[in-house]
Design a protein. Structure first.
Length: 347
């Protein structure tokens, strides 16, 4: 019986992509600052270096059918134009319906100086998205015999729908972020035209706009040390941050902290928004460990402990890995000195 319930739960995600009035939700990363262009286009070029990153998430591996998401990006800051440019590729796969979503996007951000230590970035992204699905393995409620606990029979739910379907569309996002050397506060909007994602001709199934707000504050800790031989400064700091997301009819809040004892990073997050409504919204506790090397390489691993009604035993939690590499590209003598970077989380 538990397997049947889980199969029905997994089928919902695929059904949302087929039928009108169903609601879908974007992939979410626990290490969302390690996927900066995906989080907010205004973060394009925010490292004020050249930056390459990859992210991989395996969600709920304990279930019979898996959810896998991945992202890769590259961005570069152009000092002479106070601008960042970037390229991003996102993908996700759900094994039950062989449902996959792939996206390639171009992003741009411009940096404004508001004061001695205050800046504002504004950015946008245009993406080409493609969704593919193979629906023959879906399980519908009409096929389930609850009394005997079996799945079978014939359903007419897919009448008129090609078994192997593909749909493509163009998507738009924009965002902004204010920051100083200690704080940051930003907001972004994705799917601003709410494109149609239905696989069925003459049907409308809009991808709801996703709105998000993120911010935080960083405190330097006593004990930050300078190497006796190289005079390099080893950072010791603690940061507190949040990331709120709303995508009809879902909303969610991530709140957490990260401790940076260079090169070690330790983080702890809570994901959920425990309010009284019809939708479960108390999802996970997230632990993170990472290293930030002087070479410019950041490596992060996080694990989500499920605290929702789905249960840790059923879901198996979620594993996530991120890699980011920052480097100085070009001749530093031919451009300005490095300016102020956003004091965001590293993961």
């Amino acid at each position: 019986m538990n397997r049947i319930v889980i199969c029905v739960f997994l089928a919902i995600g695929a059904i949302c992509c087929i039928f009108p009035d169903a609601k879908a939700q974007d992939t979410q990363y626990s290490q969302f600052y390690a996927a900066p262009l995906y989080l907010n286009p205004a973060l394009t070029g925010a490292s004020e270096l050249t930056r390459i990153g990859v992210n991989y998430r395996n969600q709920w591996p304990g279930l019979d059918h898996s959810f896998n998401s991945y992202s890769a990006y590259i961005d570069h800051y152009i000092f002479d134009y106070n601008s960042g440019v970037g390229l991003i590729f996102n993908g996700s796969q759900e094994s039950m319906a062989n449902l996959s979503t792939n996206e390639i996007g171009l992003s741009y951000a411009y940096r404004l100086k508001l004061g001695e230590d205050m800046f504002f970035r504004i950015g946008g992204m245009v993406s080409y998205m493609q969704r593919d699905a193979f629906f023959s393995d879906l399980v519908f409620g009409s096929q389930i015999d609850i009394i005997n606990g079996t799945v079978g029979g014939i359903t007419d739910e897919l009448d008129g729908i090609p078994i192997d379907s593909r749909y493509s569309f163009v998507d738009y996002s924009f965002g902004g972020m204010f920051y100083s050397d200690k704080i940051w506060l930003g907001a972004s909007a994705h799917h601003i035209t709410e494109p149609n994602t239905s696989f069925v001709d003459d049907q409308i199934s809009k991808l709801p706009m996703k709105l998000s707000a993120q911010g935080g504050i960083r405190f330097d800790l006593a004990g930050g040390r300078r190497d006796y031989f190289t005079h390099a400064y080893a950072e010791r700091s603690i940061s507190f941050a949040f990331n709120y997301k709303q995508q009809d009819p879902f909303n969610q809040l991530d709140v957490g902290t990260q401790l940076f004892l260079e090169p070690l990073v330790l983080g702890l997050w809570y994901r959920g928004l425990p309010t009284k409504n019809d939708l479960p919204n108390n999802e996970a506790i997230i632990g993170l460990v990472g290293v930030s090397l002087e070479s410019g390489l950041d490596i992060g691993y996080s694990y989500d402990v499920t605290i929702s009604k789905l249960g840790q035993k059923n879901s198996g939690g979620a594993h996530e890995i991120s890699l980011t590499y920052r480097f100085l590209w070009g001749d530093p003598k031919s451009r300005n000195a490095r300016a102020r970077t956003i004091p965001c989380f590293r993961y």
